[in-house]
Design a protein around this ligand. Sequence first.
Ligand SMILES: N=C(N)NCCC[C@H](NC(=O)CCC(=O)O)C(=O)O
Length: 444
Amino acid sequence: MKHFEANFDGLVGPTHNYAGLSFGNVASFNNAAQASNPKAAAKQGLKKAKSLAEMGMVQGMLAPQERPDLTTLRRIGFTGTDAQVLKSAHEQAPLLLNACCSASSMWTANAATISPSADTRDKKIHFTPANLVDKLHRSIEPITTGLILQSTFSDPNHFHHHGHLPEHASFGDEGAANHTRMCAQYGESGVELFVYGQEATNPNAPRPAKFPARQTLEASRAVARLHQLNDSNTVFIQQNPDVIDQGVFHNDVIAVGNQNVLFYHEQAFVDTQNKLDEIQSKLNTESHFIEVPTNKVSINDAVKSYLFNTQVITLPSGEMAIIAPTDCQENPAVFAYLNELVTLETPIKKVFYFDVKQSMQNGGGPACLRLRVAMNQHELSAVNQHTLMNDQLFSTLNQWVDKHYRDRLTTKDLADPQLLIESRTALDELTQIMKLGSVYQFQR
Ligand SMILES: N=C(N)NCCC[C@H](NC(=O)CCC(=O)O)C(=O)O
């Protein structure tokens, strides 16, 4: 049976803005308080998704979350009409209002961890929404994420949905941004790499000194248990705490895998050689470990350009390609490295560049914008077909963006009651376009 990797990109929501909410994420901090362009952001994302579909990839879209999040604002004590809630939050606690308005669900690499049916004991695809507890604005995502995933992958014969992990720092979980899977073919059992930033329950284990380590080993192990994986198809690897302190807030900022390729920076991990040996011993195919040395690409250049937040995809021809942000073209060291990479003896033969600058300015590159689901033809038939990218969905969603999105937004605009109305109107229409049912609180 045919099997492949599908990518589900996050549709950028109407409140996309720069609020400097992510301590440890250099771009988010540096661009705080700049004006954003939600319309351009959504269109950049749609263009990337459509281009991958045109390359012959299976491409889906995941709906954004409801923002401003009035449910959370009421939960923390703001009362009255919706407009009054926004006004008093703006006056009394503007930073909390910003957190409740972030369009951060666009980075669907953080939506969940997914294990394909080839790896799991019950032979179903497993989904665990990430609790994202390290950041307030992201910790309010998992319940709606679960609902959106369930309405996208609804057939219980194929899809096994779990709740998010306990909402405590010991179980900090950032989803697929700290998880990658290696395999020979997508439909064959593979090895799932869980990359964690710290061991929460072991105070003597290494951890970063300056910035938070968002993913814990305890969370990674819990997800592996829930997903019915075992020792022979998992490897747990610690991220190098020194690079977290240089702005590598997720593993997908420093490493990415696809099939038998692991593309990573020399400084990405702790105990690198032993971990590579463990991966190779558990994998039933010859691996290509493509290690990028510091003397070719510094950590600073990797963080600025997002060289590793690229998608490594297998094209229908069997060749691999890298989907990179245009920022990689603009960085001389990184551009030179990529030009050299395609000439080397590795499966990666092409690089395609995409302008996703609206997302990059908040620290989200091409790989942050997508959630990978390895699946077979039967499983794909069981997916909500209205979420799959094609000419029609592309043009419908572009028109929908043109109709509802602003082309300029600052944090000052977030209390505007009109923005709430615009967002709800847009999302209500979107649930009809994508046949999602009532996934939002305002629809319930
Ligand atoms: N690497 C992956 N997979 N995802 C990138 C997530 C970026 C996101 N930025 C933000 O949430 C910034 C929001 C703001 O500052 O307005 C984050 O830090 O969680």
